[in-house]
Design a protein. Structure first.
Length: 85
């Protein structure tokens, strides 16, 4: 089934690009131009990527979440003695 009718890109082609490392609509566009004309297919591409078309995304998510949580915790200053009292 076609995802991008402007460039004749199928769901299967998007999945293949995702498997080889294109994990965002921008990266898919870089690989096959899908989404770079009228843009009406970008949400469909996002949905495909979000449904596990990109195996690397699931592999990276725990790292990204852990890193973001550690960064947020480190940026919060500890209360001073005066503030704690
Ligand atoms: S349908 Fe994909 S750019 Fe138009």
């Amino acid at each position: 089934m076609y995802v991008c009718s402007c460039f004749g890109i199928t769901e299967q082609q998007v999945r293949q690009h995702a498997e080889t490392g294109a994990c965002t609509p921008r990266q898919i566009a870089g690989a096959c131009k899908a989404g770079t004309d009228c843009g009406s297919c970008v949400r469909k591409i996002q949905a495909l990527l979000g449904r596990g078309a990109c195996p690397r995304r699931e592999a990276l998510d725990p790292v990204v979440l852990t890193t973001a949580a550690a960064t947020a915790a480190a940026s919060v200053p500890a209360p001073t003695a005066a503030e704690a009292a």
